[in-house]
Design a protein around this ligand. Structure first.
Ligand code: RIB
Ligand code: CA
Length: 311
């Protein structure tokens, strides 16, 4: 039975690759795409999502407009990383798909209440939409099946500040609300995603996909690779969000540690740092299953095979 999934996303180049992976995954029953601010503005992320579902052949999946700014802090965007349009050098045709009338957090509430204990939230952007849903309807915390969240950095340096990972940095208060909600929570931090560096050699293996797919992956990752080279001295690009999505297909791609995870909301130096109680010093029960090791080759093979399946 395919897993019912809501994809909460801020497309964004690696978000787009994750959406294409979901489109090529019969293991996933994609119920909704909810869009958040993050890599660029909500409007641009929404516009990208409307185009990407046509590219991926999943234009039937309803798309919902989400939060245009964080709960508390000012809006951040990462257009130096993803381009001012959010998809690097890739240009997609305008879409015939329109967003649903409902707002994202209401769509999340409705879907969870319609399918108690069956909905997985795959969150690969700031957690604003999920936090808004929990604030409006706290009871969904007991009805959602699980959350898989690409976010945070445990022992790995931050990519937004020296200490914080971008998704969490964009809305730390939202992450705090969600991580403390008592939900079955899988965290996929930079510790594993920055081991998944997609290179030109990997790109060359995506040679059987439909031309539009090959063109999109080439043009979007070219911009992304240029950013990683110039800003992080990395040859290739970290495909963070596709790793989180891939765990819906094969959860054994990574190994997990059960940690009690908190987030720093106070310090001017380490605000939005995700903190794992590695030795149990706080004597608190773990609230997250944190992916700490990854089988990179197996993941990359899966990603490439699924891209090639997009005919
Ligand atoms: O830190 C990486 C995360 O921030 C990814 O989800 C990327 O898309 C950006 O949103
Ligand atoms: Ca993202």
């Amino acid at each position: 039975m395919a897993e019912k999934v809501i994809f909460d996303t801020d497309p964004g180049i690696d978000d787009a690759l994750a959406l294409l992976l979901l489109a090529a995954s019969p293991e996933v029953d994609l119920r909704a795409i909810t869009v958040t601010h993050g890599n660029t503005s909500q409007e641009k992320c929404l516009n990208n999502a409307l185009k990407l579902v046509e590219l991926g052949g999943i234009a039937n999946v309803p798309i919902f407009r989400g939060a245009s700014e964080p709960l508390v802090k000012e809006l951040s965007v990462a257009e130096e990383t993803h381009g001012d349009g959010g998809l690097g050098y890739a240009i997609l045709p305008s879409s015939a798909v329109k967003p649903h009338d409902l707002l994202a957090h209401d769509a999340i509430i409705n879907e969870i209440e319609k399918h108690p204990d069956e909905i997985t939230l795959l969150c690969v952007g700031p957690m604003t939409n999920v936090a808004l849903a929990l604030l409006k309807r706290p009871s969904i915390a007991r009805k959602v099946k699980r959350i898989i969240s690409m976010g945070g950095a445990i022992h790995y340096p931050g990519n937004a500040t020296p200490q914080s990972e971008y998704n969490v940095y964009c809305d730390p208060e939202a992450f705090d609300i969600v991580i403390r909600a008592g939900i079955d929570f899988t965290l996929v931090p930079l510790d594993v995603t920055y081991k998944c560096i997609f290179t030109k050699e990997h790109l060359a293996r995506i040679d059987k996909a439909r031309d539009e797919i090959k063109e999109f992956v080439t043009d979007s990752t070219r911009f992304y690779m240029e950013f990683h080279a110039s800003h992080q001295d990395i040859h290739g690009c970290a495909i963070n969000d596709p790793l989180a999505a891939a765990l819906l297909i094969d959860s054994t791609l990574v190994t997990y540690r059960d940690y009690y995870v908190t987030i720093d909301l106070q310090s001017p130096v380490s605000k939005a740092k995700t903190i794992a109680d590695h030795y149990g010093a706080l004597k608190k029960a773990p609230n997250a299953k944190v992916a700490m090791e990854v089988d990179v080759e197996r993941f990359m093979n899966l990603f490439i095979t699924r891209m090639n399946a997009l005919q």
